[in-house]
Design a protein around this ligand. Structure first.
Ligand code: HEC
Length: 141
């Protein structure tokens, strides 16, 4: 390859990477600093993740990591799923499509878990609601 061709190829690759980075930033609901994100991830992993993971295939993680038609796809690895949930807006307060919104939906056709096994108790729902509220407050700072 001639030198100019190599340089052009590098420039094109750099421009594509920069454009992708800008898109990722713009389309993200994650406004946390790295330290805050880490702290919220640890809290999520400790308090909320076990609730999502329980009940195997009838649980949130079990079903949402399988072959279903949904915008929510989980891998089952909290260190990958938490940043995705944050970025994609699944913790937005008062949002019908969020985790909390779907768990507390009045419509039994929309309420999660879809399996009807392991509906969340009030205490568990409150735990998630508090997490969402604290996260929102931090994002606004
Ligand atoms: C047995 C399978 C199953 C289980 C268990 C389940 N879901 Fe779902 N979920 C679905 C399907 C299918 C959809 C897409 C259809 C719909 O929107 O109702 C969905 C949709 C969703 C959505 C909306 C995503 C979108 O498409 O915008 C959220 C949020 C959600 N689920 C969260 C949860 C949470 C939290 C739990 C656990 C408390 C859970 N789900 C348990 C099957 C399941």
């Amino acid at each position: 390859m001639k030198r100019w061709a190599i340089i052009t190829a590098i420039m094109v690759a750099l421009a594509a990477a920069a454009a992708a980075a800008v898109r990722a930033q713009q389309g993200s609901f994650d406004k946390l600093s790295a330290a805050d994100r880490q702290a919220f991830q640890e809290r999520f992993a400790k308090d909320i993740w076990p609730l999502l993971q329980r009940n195997g295939k009838n649980g949130c993680v079990g079903c949402h990591s399988g072959k279903i038609v949904s915008a929510l796809h989980l891998t089952g690895q909290v260190e990958r799923d938490f940043p995705m949930l944050l970025r994609e807006g699944f913790f937005i307060p008062d949002d019908a499509g969020s985790l909390l919104g779907r768990i507390t939906d009045k419509d039994p056709e929309r309420r999660m878990p879809r399996s009807k096994v392991g509906l969340w108790t009030d205490a568990e729902t409150k735990l998630l609601a508090q997490f969402v509220a604290d996260l929102d407050k931090k994002q606004r700072n």
